[in-house]
Design a protein around this ligand. Sequence first.
Ligand SMILES: NC(=O)c1ccc[n+]([C@@H]2O[C@H](COP(=O)([O-])OP(=O)(O)OC[C@H]3O[C@@H](n4cnc5c(N)ncnc54)[C@H](OP(=O)(O)O)[C@@H]3O)[C@@H](O)[C@H]2O)c1
Length: 292
Amino acid sequence: MDATSVFCDTKRRRPPFGGAEAVRLRHHPSSAPRRRKRRERVMPRTLGLIGSGLIGTSLARLAVAAGMEVVLSNSRGPESLAELVGTLGSGARAAVPEEAAEAGDLVVVTIPLRGYGRLPVAALRGRTVLDTMNYYPQRDGRIAELDAGRLTTSELVQRHLAGASVVKVFNNIGSHQLLSLARPAGAADRSALPLAGDEEPARREAARLLDVLGYDAVDMGPLAESWRSEPGTPVYTRPYLGETPPGLTAEEYFPWFLRNPGRPVPASLVRELTETAVRGPAGGVLPAGAAR
Ligand SMILES: NC(=O)c1ccc[n+]([C@@H]2O[C@H](COP(=O)([O-])OP(=O)(O)OC[C@H]3O[C@@H](n4cnc5c(N)ncnc54)[C@H](OP(=O)(O)O)[C@@H]3O)[C@@H](O)[C@H]2O)c1
């Protein structure tokens, strides 16, 4: 059994928070909506997921393994998620996106970026929303404000989600590596993930979730800085993949990406890669076989 399977022991159903369900934080902005203030005071117990594909499934597995409840949703309806929910066990259930948003102490939005305008604004108001989405014009169509470099993708999402506090996170690691590289706090081979958000309490909430799920966090600052982990930047997926096998063809790359267990990336390297990144054109190019 490797370190990952130890950490992701789904039989470990005790809460990851040592029984201290109400952990008081030092700061909370007096201007924030009451609902967000209440949620900042307690550790997250329920993860809401809007989008339950590759990344949503990996996050659900990590959250259930850590003793959290998860509420999954997608565009086709809860019944289409029955099989997945069955594999996750009693800590998981399926719902419609509005219900997943309402149920989650933290809510992850993890759908193709082209659908961001359909994310439920009212249900997400007052929430900390973790945004994993990346811009792939082949899949998402061209978005002029992104192409012009006027906004980062998460600023676009934040503008749509008025009243929510968006944090960019989980966008720069492949879904399989996200599962396989998770490690308990203090492990020598623990990896880090970058995050960005305009509100410091929301960034701290996201960092705390990362810790519970098996990662250290590297804070990049506001959403305007989140281009530092977008497709094409040095910290985007590659470091977590390790060496590409020699002779891998373009067609072989995506299947390898989907199953490669990856390589740990410590916080020091994530910090260095994000701090030295140079902003290029927005948007990535999907590998062969990945477009949907
Ligand atoms: N795959 C990766 O390794 C990876 C890594 C980092 C970041 N990302 C980014 O994270 C996002 C999700 O990627 P993914 O690979 O997990 O995608 P995916 O496997 O294609 O899954 C997308 C999910 O979003 C749901 N969805 C689509 N439109 C929706 C809507 N309007 N409301 C609710 N749910 C909706 C889909 O449900 P239906 O099937 O019912 O439509 C599906 O469950 C993308 O923006 C991607 O670029 C992906």
